[in-house]
Write a protein that binds this ligand. Structure first.
Ligand SMILES: Cc1ncc(C[n+]2csc(CCOP(=O)(O)OP(=O)(O)O)c2C)c(N)n1
Ligand SMILES: [Mg+2]
Length: 287
């Protein structure tokens, strides 16, 4: 990957962060922490890897994204708007009555959403079924599955992983967002997942652990995962919940905070810095 492409992805990441923060500031609350920890991943997947057509969201032969940690919907909506699936104004309907952007993704409502998620655990089974379908069709397309570290508390996740590993179903790339926190505390305090990489390896996955906030590291890991032919593949992302919003990083209240004057001021400062970064680097190609 050349430097120019990398800068484009970093600008897209910045824009996803901007849109998440602006959207939640407008809404006055929302799932900030888990949205900001996957900004780089969504940027890299949509900006570089996914075979999609935003003008034809249901095209037959495409890649799929399943956001099993569905509460991070705002990050996915911001990404889809930047890719051109719908107008940015629609972001400012989040959680409204009859909105097409409910807080958790609904595939019947929003262009570009491939799976309805929000009840944690279930997206893993949906992604597994989609991947198995691709296998049966002998398709070369992929499913990208994003699971939370707290979500690993759900037994269903491990049933799906066992199936994926057994069938060497590497049509699905499993990403685990290891931000070390869940809804109301650290994963270690609430229900410790222990060593996630070791667990995935024990289940039979080829597993990598990478800095989830480095586009370069993500690209390297995804390329490597795609070269694995005879095993299921997982990538454990070392991330920070609420990454890029220092006031909320490492803060137990960062799952779905309310916005007040203090938070607004922090948000405005971050948005300005990110907008300057995009401007200084020649503006955003995707918007
Ligand atoms: C089946 C189910 N149980 C409980 C919840 C409530 N809930 C929403 S988010 C969350 C914590 C998820 O933590 P994690 O997967 O680590 O997400 P992240 O840190 O990325 O926000 C919980 C318990 C849910 N959505 N679904
Ligand atoms: Mg978490």
């Amino acid at each position: 990957m050349n430097q120019k492409e990398l800068i484009e992805l970093k600008k897209l990441t910045a824009q996803i962060r901007i849109d998440v923060i602006k959207m939640l500031k407008w809404r006055r609350y929302g799932h900030l922490g888990g949205s900001l920890s996957i900004a780089e991943l969504l940027s890299v997947l949509y900006g570089k890897y996914m075979d999609i057509d935003p003008k034809n969201p249901h095209k037959e032969d495409r890649d799929y994204l399943v956001l099993s940690k569905g509460h991070a919907g705002p990050a996915l909506y911001a990404t889809l708007a930047n890719m051109g699936y719908f107008d940015k104004e629609m972001l400012y309907t989040l959680n409204e009555i009859r909105t097409n952007l409910p807080s958790h993704p609904d595939r019947l409502r929003t262009p570009g959403i491939d799976a309805t998620t929000g009840s944690l655990g279930q997206g893993t089974s949906v992604a597994t079924g989609l991947a198995y379908g691709l296998r049966m069709e002998k398709s070369d397309k992929n499913v990208y599955l994003i699971v939370g570290d707290g979500e690993l508390n759900e037994g269903q996740v491990w049933e799906a992983f066992q199936f994926i590993a057994h069938h060497k179903l590497n049509e699905v790339v499993v990403f685990i967002d290891n931000n070390k926190m869940q809804l109301d505390g650290t994963t270690e305090d609430i229900l410790n997942p222990f060593d996630i990489k070791a667990k995935m390896e024990a289940f039979g996955f080829y597993t990598q652990e990478v800095d989830g906030h480095s586009e370069e590291a993500l690209i390297e890991a995804i390329d490597k995962a795609k070269s694995v032919k005879d095993k299921a593949v997982a990538i454990v992302l070392d991330t920070v919940k609420a990454k890029g919003f220092p006031y909320f990083e490492e803060n137990i209240g960062n799952h779905s905070p309310k916005f007040d004057d203090k938070v607004d001021a922090e948000a405005d400062k971050i948005v300005k810095e990110l907008e300057d970064f995009i401007k200084e680097n020649g503006g955003l190609k995707h918007v």
